[in-house]
Ligand binder design. Structure first.
Ligand SMILES: N[C@@H](CCC(=O)N[C@@H](CS)C(=O)NCC(=O)O)C(=O)O
Length: 204
């Protein structure tokens, strides 16, 4: 069995590096570097998948793109004891699924749009203001949830925490968690995990 992750530096592919470390499954990381000016992925990723983006998982020659799909695939194959994902009959399952997909959906998209608007020098526009309002709404939603629950799916750490981690780390790096004590406390807690530290050692 061979399991390879095509990982792009400074990207949300680090969520899968972290998940692989949490799973403890043997794997290889293939590093790719962003173009220093455009910040785009190198063209060699286009030889692997038509979208040319990272993460890309290669399991025995089968290529899988999209973080949520890669996560569900890895858990189905390598987490038979459900240590990192609740069983479908668990009360935590609906919340788990919702956060797993929020990490690339409604909670994440306003920040991504904001990044594109900033790069295009369009921050002083009604669209940028609308995106900022959406981003604030999402950050408040995360904070309210983490004020009541230890982890995204409930009382236990799951893959949803790995996926939401990038969102909270980047929000924190921009100083936007300064008035969000529950989000900050969650971040400190998960950053102390050995698998998170191993992810950092891989080079994010
Ligand atoms: N929806 C995809 C997004 C993948 C994606 O956009 N990856 C970014 C890294 S954060 C990328 O490869 N960007 C470089 C490029 O588009 O050239 C997922 O969930 O994996």
């Amino acid at each position: 069995m061979t399991l390879k992750l095509h990982h792009l530096n400074a990207s949300r592919s680090q969520r899968i590096v972290w998940l692989l470390e949490e799973l403890g499954v043997e794997h290889e990381i293939i590093h790719h570097s962003r173009h220093p000016e455009t910040r785009l992925a190198p063209p060699e990723l286009l030889d692997i998948h038509p979208m040319g983006k990272s993460p890309l998982l290669d399991h025995d020659g089968v290529i899988i793109a999209e973080t949520g799909a890669i996560t569900e695939y890895l858990l189905a194959k390598f987490d038979p004891e459900h240590k990192l994902h609740p069983r479908t009959d668990s009360a935590d399952y609906p919340r788990y699924l919702e956060w797993l997909h929020s990490a690339e959906g409604s909670v994440f998209l306003p920040g991504l749009f904001g990044f594109y608007l900033m790069n295009s020098d369009l921050l002083e526009t009604p669209l940028a203001a609308a995106m900022m309002a959406e981003r604030t709404k999402a950050a408040n939603h995360v904070e309210a949830h983490l004020s009541k629950h230890a982890y995204f799916a409930g009382d236990s750490f799951t893959a949803a925490d790995c996926l939401m981690g990038f969102q909270l780390m980047s929000t924190n790096a921009q100083g936007l968690l300064d008035d969000k004590p529950a989000s900050k406390a969650w971040l400190e807690k998960v950053q102390a995990r050995p698998a998170f530290q191993r992810m950092l050692a891989v080079g994010v």
